[in-house]
Every structure is written in C-alpha cells, then in structure tokens.
Ligand binder design. Sequence first.
Ligand SMILES: [Ca+2]
Ligand SMILES: [Ca+2]
Ligand SMILES: [Ca+2]
Ligand SMILES: [Ca+2]
Length: 227
Amino acid sequence: MIIPSSGNNVSNNFILCPSLRLADTSQCDGGQYSTQKCKYDAGACVSLQRDYPDCDLEEIGNLFTKNDNPPVLGDGICDSARYNTDACGDENGDCILCNSMVSNKTLTGDETCHGGMHNSQDCNFDAGDCDTFNKKYPRCYIDAFDNMPTNEILAYVPIIGDGICNSGLYNNPDCGYEDGDCLFCNELIDNITKIGDGVCDGQDYMVEACGMDGGDCMGCLFPRLEM
Ligand SMILES: [Ca+2]
Ligand SMILES: [Ca+2]
Ligand SMILES: [Ca+2]
Ligand SMILES: [Ca+2]
C-alpha cells in the first residue's frame, strides 16, 4: 500500500473523498476516510498504518458505503467489528477492554444486538448494535456485571430480535420480553422466570421457541457450541 507521509499537503485533490470529516486530522477516521482516495484521512491514519502494517485500511475502508459516522481508530470507543481484529490492534486499542469481557469478539458490531456483557458501556452497547433496542426500551436496564447468565460464560449470548427466547435477562415487560422474542415461548410455559435461570426445566421449556430453556438445556441434547 502506498501511503502519504504525515506531512503531506492536505490540500491535494480530495474530490473523490467525502469531505465531511477531513477538517479534523487529529484522529484516524476509518471507513472510506482511511482509503487512498482520502489520502488515508489526510494523513491522520499514517501512524496507525505503521503500527499495524497488517491492518489493511484500504480494503476495510472500501467495505464501508456510508461515511455518516465513520468508526474512529484510537478514540477509546469500540466502534466496529471490521477493525476489531488482531491485525488492527483491536481497533487501535479501543476494543481491548470489551474483548476481555465477552466470549466472542466478532459479535461486537456485527449489526445484531447481543445482550449480556455485549450490551454494556464498556462495549459501547455492542458497538452500537443495541442502540435501537436501548432507545426503544429505556427502562430495560440490565446490570451486566451482576446479571450475566452463567451460561454466557460458556457460549450462549442473548440475541435481541432473532425470534428465539434466548435468556431470562430480557424476558420481562420493561425489555419488551426480549423485544418480542419471548412472547410465543411465554404462551407455552407456566413460569417465565424459569427461562434462563440456569436449570434445565425440560418438557415445554426445552423447545426452540424458548431457546432450549433460554440456553439452560443446550447441553442436554448436544455439546455446547463454542462461540
Ligand atoms: Ca473507536
Ligand atoms: Ca452484536
Ligand atoms: Ca432472542
Ligand atoms: Ca430453566
């Protein structure tokens, strides 16, 4: 990859580059800003490229089609799954803390809201994946540290909006019964508090709509999926 030196004249021709953020050269904006046509964010990404030579800013940047809110590499906020890789230094360090708390870092910023530790401030609320859910249910407050389901440690992370009742964490009115995922399941069972309580309750609970008892019965039929 050919990159300009950080001292390059930023008045070069940026006609192909969205101009919105180029005035701020103090931070490396990702997305299409970190491409050659934007002179690697007018040089702001050059030092990062030197620190992480295997992080292909050009290739990753061209995967982004919108630049309204480009991810920023090195601002302390975990923004995007694209840069949360070993090659890119876990988004130049932004995602390291979050990665230490979740079982699968590729779920962060994958555009699906994952609950539990993913939906915490340290994970930037699943790198923004849960923003819509959190706005929709402002009273759905989960203290991730106190309420992390024990089965999340192994594999099972609540998925918001996938049609399956994945855990007991969000199966309450304030959380819209996991944004509707648990409504059908709740009709099948007698006690919704048994979903995801760590005990496999069998029978009606151990069905797909109830997420195999919110994950409690996952190990009953087949080995837990490694995630
Ligand atoms: Ca960031
Ligand atoms: Ca996610
Ligand atoms: Ca779900
Ligand atoms: Ca149970």
